[in-house]
Design a protein around this ligand. Structure first.
Ligand code: AMP
Length: 280
């Protein structure tokens, strides 16, 4: 497995791979890898000749009051897991390698990024789209795999790729959970045992709301409110529980096909997100 920290060297390498006719599958991550990330690498492995994983805690997607400085890191553990799952290349730049001190260009999606996490984290998606666009130009992937754990992010990236004509297929990957239902996340590391037990309320509340909506489409608002109340009762501080049309990321009209029921809540100081996507 090759490890690059230099953008120029990585890009030289991937451009040579492309010239020699190899397909490249790409999995962007912020590291502290878990089985959710591994499922993305497995999908990339099946579809492409060469699998590139990036490990980069992207400063531009964190607001000043967020957890950039304490975001968990375990580079050696990450390298071992990537090797185990057959990744060929790791790209792990320093922030100063990724961003010039006087960088002044952003890539911004302006519609799908607005609701849900876009409300409480207004500069988050701009940071994500900018770094992913840069990573796409460096890695030159044919395929890029994004987890539906971060479903809104996946939809925003798909829209960016469509709007800016990136020659890349975005592959959405299913959300991976722990056996007890908690969505796997690097941030779960922050939770105390008590907080972790309480945080199970998020998935439980989403499943109950989903069942209610499937039984009665007109109950969307009540089901979301009930889910928020259940998470609050378990000790969570709810950021949002909302139901949107996956296509538009707006309130579902009568003809909506696929909807996302999404939640974000703090347990202690840890902000967790989760969602259920289903047809109605
Ligand atoms: P992160 O390192 O949290 O930025 O995530 C990197 C990629 O892994 C993103 O595409 C995430 O959606 C995906 N991912 C993170 N957690 C999970 C999970 N539990 N299931 C599926 N994909 C995930």
């Amino acid at each position: 497995m090759k490890i690059f920290t230099s953008s120029c060297e990585l890009q030289k390498y991937t451009l040579e791979l492309k010239r020699s006719g190899k397909t490249i599958g790409f999995v962007p991550t912020m590291g502290f890898l878990h089985d959710g990330h591994m499922s993305l690498i497995d999908i990339a492995r099946q579809k492409s000749d060469v699998v590139v994983v990036s490990i980069f805690v992207n400063p531009t997607q964190f607001a000043p009051n967020e957890d950039f400085d304490r975001y968990p890191r375990d580079f050696d553990g990450d390298v071992a897991k990537c090797a185990e799952h057959g990744a060929d290349v790791i790209y792990a730049p320093e922030a100063a390698e990724m961003y010039r001190a006087d960088a002044s260009t952003w890539v911004e999606e302006t519609v799908l990024s607005q609701p849900l996490c876009g409300i409480s984290r207004p500069t988050f998606y701009r940071g994500v789209t900018t770094v992913v666009a840069k990573l796409f130009l460096l890695v030159q992937p044919d395929f890029a795999v994004f987890g539906l754990k971060d479903a809104q992010q996946c939809f925003v990236i798909q829209r960016m790729v469509r709007d800016l004509n990136f020659p890349i297929e975005i592959i959405p990957a299913p959300l991976v959970r722990d056996a007890d239902g908690l969505a796997l996340s690097s941030r779960n590391r922050y939770l105390s045992a008590d907080e972790r037990a309480r945080a199970l309320s998020i998935h439980r509340a989403l499943l109950a709301a989903k069942a209610r909506i499937m039984a009665d489409k007109s109950s969307i608002k009540a089901a979301a409110a009930e889910a928020a109340a259940a998470i609050t009762a378990a000790g969570g501080r709810v950021d949002y529980v909302d139901v949107l049309d996956c296509e538009t990321m707006k309130y579902p009209e009568a003809d909506a096909k696929k909807i996302i029921l999404a939640a974000a809540a703090f347990f202690g100081t840890t902000r967790l997100i989760d969602n259920e996507i289903f047809e109605i």
